[in-house]
Design a protein around this ligand. Structure first.
Ligand code: HH2
Length: 258
Protein backbone atom coordinates (compact mmCIF):
# COMPACT_ATOMS: atom_id res chain seq x y z
CA UNK A 1 0.00 0.00 0.00
CA UNK A 2 1.08 3.53 -0.71
CA UNK A 3 0.58 6.53 1.57
CA UNK A 4 0.77 9.81 -0.34
CA UNK A 5 2.13 12.73 1.69
CA UNK A 6 0.35 16.06 2.17
CA UNK A 7 2.18 18.35 4.59
CA UNK A 8 0.01 21.28 5.69
CA UNK A 9 3.02 23.04 7.18
CA UNK A 10 5.27 26.04 6.67
CA UNK A 11 8.51 24.19 7.18
CA UNK A 12 8.39 20.55 6.07
CA UNK A 13 11.75 19.63 4.64
CA UNK A 14 10.49 18.98 1.13
CA UNK A 15 7.10 20.60 0.54
CA UNK A 16 6.91 23.14 3.41
CA UNK A 17 4.68 26.13 2.61
CA UNK A 18 3.31 24.60 -0.59
CA UNK A 19 0.07 23.24 0.85
CA UNK A 20 -0.58 25.53 3.83
CA UNK A 21 -3.62 26.89 2.00
CA UNK A 22 -6.39 24.27 2.61
CA UNK A 23 -7.66 24.34 -0.98
CA UNK A 24 -4.21 23.52 -2.32
CA UNK A 25 -3.69 20.75 0.22
CA UNK A 26 -7.07 19.22 -0.66
CA UNK A 27 -6.37 19.44 -4.38
CA UNK A 28 -2.97 17.80 -3.88
CA UNK A 29 -4.46 15.02 -1.73
CA UNK A 30 -7.07 14.26 -4.40
CA UNK A 31 -4.37 14.22 -7.06
CA UNK A 32 -2.34 11.70 -5.03
CA UNK A 33 -5.41 9.52 -4.67
CA UNK A 34 -5.96 9.67 -8.45
CA UNK A 35 -2.36 8.61 -8.90
CA UNK A 36 -2.93 5.49 -6.83
CA UNK A 37 -2.38 6.39 -3.18
CA UNK A 38 -4.27 3.98 -0.90
CA UNK A 39 -4.16 6.59 1.86
CA UNK A 40 -3.54 10.34 1.90
CA UNK A 41 -1.28 11.03 4.91
CA UNK A 42 -2.05 14.54 6.20
CA UNK A 43 0.34 16.23 8.64
CA UNK A 44 0.26 19.68 10.27
CA UNK A 45 3.60 19.67 12.08
CA UNK A 46 7.01 19.18 10.49
CA UNK A 47 9.26 16.58 12.06
CA UNK A 48 12.37 17.43 10.09
CA UNK A 49 15.56 17.74 12.17
CA UNK A 50 15.41 20.98 14.15
CA UNK A 51 11.75 21.73 13.33
CA UNK A 52 9.88 23.82 15.88
CA UNK A 53 6.82 22.34 17.60
CA UNK A 54 3.34 23.57 16.62
CA UNK A 55 0.55 24.18 19.19
CA UNK A 56 -2.55 22.00 19.32
CA UNK A 57 -4.92 24.73 18.09
CA UNK A 58 -2.70 25.62 15.16
CA UNK A 59 -2.27 21.98 14.16
CA UNK A 60 -6.05 21.37 14.33
CA UNK A 61 -6.65 24.55 12.33
CA UNK A 62 -4.26 23.33 9.63
CA UNK A 63 -5.31 19.71 9.27
CA UNK A 64 -9.04 19.47 10.05
CA UNK A 65 -10.46 21.30 7.00
CA UNK A 66 -8.18 19.23 4.78
CA UNK A 67 -9.09 15.91 6.42
CA UNK A 68 -12.81 16.68 6.37
CA UNK A 69 -12.80 17.66 2.70
CA UNK A 70 -10.75 14.63 1.63
CA UNK A 71 -13.02 12.26 3.54
CA UNK A 72 -16.08 13.96 2.02
CA UNK A 73 -14.56 13.17 -1.38
CA UNK A 74 -14.25 9.52 -0.39
CA UNK A 75 -10.49 9.43 0.19
CA UNK A 76 -9.00 7.17 2.87
CA UNK A 77 -7.08 9.53 5.13
CA UNK A 78 -4.21 8.95 7.52
CA UNK A 79 -3.37 11.61 10.12
CA UNK A 80 0.34 12.17 10.84
CA UNK A 81 0.39 13.50 14.39
CA UNK A 82 1.73 12.85 17.88
CA UNK A 83 -0.91 14.89 19.72
CA UNK A 84 -3.81 13.09 21.41
CA UNK A 85 -6.18 16.01 20.77
CA UNK A 86 -5.47 15.90 17.04
CA UNK A 87 -5.78 12.10 17.00
CA UNK A 88 -9.22 12.30 18.63
CA UNK A 89 -10.51 14.96 16.25
CA UNK A 90 -9.14 13.15 13.21
CA UNK A 91 -10.63 9.81 14.25
CA UNK A 92 -13.99 11.48 14.97
CA UNK A 93 -13.88 12.98 11.46
CA UNK A 94 -13.40 9.50 9.97
CA UNK A 95 -9.65 9.06 9.48
CA UNK A 96 -8.73 5.47 8.65
CA UNK A 97 -5.19 5.54 10.06
CA UNK A 98 -3.30 7.37 12.82
CA UNK A 99 0.42 7.65 12.02
CA UNK A 100 2.51 8.65 15.05
CA UNK A 101 6.25 9.27 14.62
CA UNK A 102 6.41 9.28 18.43
CA UNK A 103 4.98 5.76 18.75
CA UNK A 104 1.96 6.80 20.87
CA UNK A 105 4.22 7.80 23.77
CA UNK A 106 2.55 11.17 24.54
CA UNK A 107 0.32 11.15 27.57
CA UNK A 108 -3.21 10.32 26.45
CA UNK A 109 -2.21 9.14 22.96
CA UNK A 110 -3.12 5.49 23.50
CA UNK A 111 -6.45 6.41 25.09
CA UNK A 112 -7.20 8.64 22.10
CA UNK A 113 -6.99 5.76 19.62
CA UNK A 114 -7.53 2.49 21.49
CA UNK A 115 -11.32 2.43 21.26
CA UNK A 116 -11.49 3.23 17.54
CA UNK A 117 -11.62 -0.39 16.41
CA UNK A 118 -11.59 0.31 12.66
CA UNK A 119 -8.59 2.63 12.74
CA UNK A 120 -5.10 1.41 11.80
CA UNK A 121 -2.15 2.63 13.86
CA UNK A 122 1.39 3.26 12.62
CA UNK A 123 3.96 3.03 15.41
CA UNK A 124 7.27 4.62 14.43
CA UNK A 125 10.65 4.54 16.14
CA UNK A 126 12.50 7.79 16.84
CA UNK A 127 15.57 8.30 19.00
CA UNK A 128 15.33 11.69 20.77
CA UNK A 129 13.06 14.44 19.46
CA UNK A 130 13.03 16.27 16.11
CA UNK A 131 14.97 19.10 17.82
CA UNK A 132 17.83 16.85 18.89
CA UNK A 133 17.59 13.55 17.03
CA UNK A 134 20.29 14.05 14.40
CA UNK A 135 22.91 15.51 16.80
CA UNK A 136 24.57 12.23 17.79
CA UNK A 137 22.42 9.17 17.18
CA UNK A 138 23.90 6.19 19.01
CA UNK A 139 22.98 2.50 19.28
CA UNK A 140 24.76 -0.66 20.38
CA UNK A 141 22.72 -2.72 17.92
CA UNK A 142 20.34 -0.54 15.95
CA UNK A 143 18.26 -3.39 14.51
CA UNK A 144 17.78 -5.08 17.88
CA UNK A 145 16.99 -1.83 19.67
CA UNK A 146 14.54 -0.53 17.09
CA UNK A 147 12.84 -3.94 16.85
CA UNK A 148 12.54 -4.21 20.63
CA UNK A 149 11.08 -0.70 20.88
CA UNK A 150 8.49 -1.37 18.17
CA UNK A 151 7.46 -4.66 19.73
CA UNK A 152 7.20 -3.08 23.16
CA UNK A 153 4.99 -0.27 21.84
CA UNK A 154 2.81 -2.81 20.01
CA UNK A 155 2.43 -4.81 23.24
CA UNK A 156 1.48 -1.67 25.20
CA UNK A 157 -1.18 -0.87 22.60
CA UNK A 158 -2.47 -4.44 22.69
CA UNK A 159 -2.64 -4.30 26.49
CA UNK A 160 -4.86 -1.21 26.09
CA UNK A 161 -7.29 -3.21 23.95
CA UNK A 162 -5.93 -2.63 20.44
CA UNK A 163 -6.20 -5.68 18.19
CA UNK A 164 -2.74 -6.68 16.89
CA UNK A 165 -4.12 -6.55 13.33
CA UNK A 166 -4.52 -2.79 13.63
CA UNK A 167 -0.81 -2.19 14.28
CA UNK A 168 1.81 -1.29 11.65
CA UNK A 169 5.46 -0.79 12.61
CA UNK A 170 7.97 1.63 11.09
CA UNK A 171 11.73 1.83 11.86
CA UNK A 172 11.68 5.60 11.28
CA UNK A 173 14.36 6.19 8.66
CA UNK A 174 16.26 9.40 9.42
CA UNK A 175 14.72 9.86 12.87
CA UNK A 176 17.79 9.75 15.12
CA UNK A 177 19.75 7.63 12.62
CA UNK A 178 22.96 7.98 10.66
CA UNK A 179 23.26 6.66 7.11
CA UNK A 180 24.79 3.47 8.53
CA UNK A 181 21.84 3.04 10.89
CA UNK A 182 19.42 3.56 7.99
CA UNK A 183 21.34 1.06 5.88
CA UNK A 184 21.29 -1.58 8.64
CA UNK A 185 17.53 -1.10 9.13
CA UNK A 186 16.81 -1.31 5.41
CA UNK A 187 18.74 -4.59 5.22
CA UNK A 188 16.87 -5.81 8.30
CA UNK A 189 13.35 -5.10 7.00
CA UNK A 190 12.76 -8.85 6.48
CA UNK A 191 13.57 -9.40 10.18
CA UNK A 192 11.30 -6.55 11.24
CA UNK A 193 8.51 -7.99 9.07
CA UNK A 194 8.87 -11.24 11.05
CA UNK A 195 7.83 -9.44 14.23
CA UNK A 196 4.25 -10.07 13.11
CA UNK A 197 3.11 -6.61 12.01
CA UNK A 198 3.10 -5.05 8.56
CA UNK A 199 6.12 -2.75 8.08
CA UNK A 200 5.92 0.80 6.73
CA UNK A 201 9.00 2.51 5.24
CA UNK A 202 9.37 6.26 4.77
CA UNK A 203 12.44 7.15 2.72
CA UNK A 204 10.94 9.62 0.25
CA UNK A 205 13.28 12.53 -0.59
CA UNK A 206 15.15 12.10 2.69
CA UNK A 207 18.63 13.51 3.24
CA UNK A 208 20.37 10.17 2.87
CA UNK A 209 19.18 10.06 -0.76
CA UNK A 210 20.67 13.50 -1.31
CA UNK A 211 23.99 12.27 0.04
CA UNK A 212 24.08 9.26 -2.29
CA UNK A 213 23.11 11.20 -5.41
CA UNK A 214 24.35 14.73 -4.74
CA UNK A 215 20.84 15.94 -5.63
CA UNK A 216 18.97 18.77 -3.88
CA UNK A 217 15.47 18.19 -2.50
CA UNK A 218 13.55 18.89 -5.68
CA UNK A 219 15.58 16.36 -7.69
CA UNK A 220 15.25 13.19 -5.65
CA UNK A 221 12.42 11.54 -7.56
CA UNK A 222 14.44 8.68 -9.08
CA UNK A 223 16.34 8.17 -5.83
CA UNK A 224 13.08 8.03 -3.87
CA UNK A 225 11.48 5.54 -6.25
CA UNK A 226 14.59 3.33 -6.04
CA UNK A 227 14.51 3.46 -2.24
CA UNK A 228 10.78 2.70 -2.05
CA UNK A 229 11.18 -0.25 -4.39
CA UNK A 230 14.09 -1.61 -2.37
CA UNK A 231 12.02 -1.30 0.81
CA UNK A 232 9.13 -3.20 -0.78
CA UNK A 233 11.50 -5.89 -2.08
CA UNK A 234 12.85 -6.22 1.46
CA UNK A 235 9.40 -6.81 2.92
CA UNK A 236 7.79 -3.41 3.55
CA UNK A 237 4.02 -3.67 3.07
CA UNK A 238 3.49 0.09 3.01
CA UNK A 239 5.56 2.99 1.73
CA UNK A 240 5.05 6.67 2.56
CA UNK A 241 5.96 8.78 -0.48
CA UNK A 242 5.66 12.23 -2.01
CA UNK A 243 5.71 10.96 -5.62
CA UNK A 244 2.83 8.51 -5.79
CA UNK A 245 2.40 7.94 -9.52
CA UNK A 246 6.04 7.05 -10.18
CA UNK A 247 6.27 4.84 -7.08
CA UNK A 248 3.11 2.91 -7.97
CA UNK A 249 4.40 2.37 -11.53
CA UNK A 250 7.73 1.04 -10.26
CA UNK A 251 6.06 -1.33 -7.79
CA UNK A 252 3.63 -2.55 -10.44
CA UNK A 253 6.47 -3.36 -12.86
CA UNK A 254 8.28 -5.26 -10.12
CA UNK A 255 5.11 -7.17 -9.18
CA UNK A 256 4.50 -8.09 -12.82
CA UNK A 257 8.03 -9.20 -13.62
CA UNK A 258 9.61 -10.51 -10.46
N1 HH2 B 1 8.73 10.66 7.92
C1 HH2 B 1 8.31 11.95 8.02
C2 HH2 B 1 7.07 12.25 8.58
N2 HH2 B 1 6.23 11.27 9.00
N3 HH2 B 1 5.77 8.97 9.32
C3 HH2 B 1 6.16 7.70 9.25
N4 HH2 B 1 5.36 6.71 9.68
N5 HH2 B 1 7.39 7.35 8.73
C4 HH2 B 1 8.27 8.27 8.28
O1 HH2 B 1 9.39 7.90 7.83
C5 HH2 B 1 7.90 9.66 8.36
C6 HH2 B 1 6.61 9.98 8.90
C7 HH2 B 1 9.20 13.04 7.53
O2 HH2 B 1 8.92 13.40 6.22
P1 HH2 B 1 7.97 14.60 5.71
O3 HH2 B 1 6.56 14.45 6.17
O4 HH2 B 1 8.13 14.66 4.24
O5 HH2 B 1 8.61 15.90 6.31
P2 HH2 B 1 8.27 16.79 7.59
O6 HH2 B 1 8.32 15.92 8.79
O7 HH2 B 1 9.35 17.84 7.57
O8 HH2 B 1 6.89 17.36 7.42
Amino acid sequence: MVLGIVNVTEDSFSDGGKYLEPARAIEHGLKLREEGADFVDVGGESTRPGALPVGVDEELHRVMPVIEALIAEGAAVSIDTSKPEVMRAAVAAGCAVVNDVNGFRAEGAIEAVAGAQQVGLVVMHMQGTPQTMQKAPRYTDVVMEVGAFLLERARVLEAAGVSRYRIVIDPGFGFGKTIEHNRALLHALPQLAELGHPVLAGLSRKRMLGEFTGRPLGERLAASVAAALLAVQNGASLVRVHDVRETVDAINVWLALR
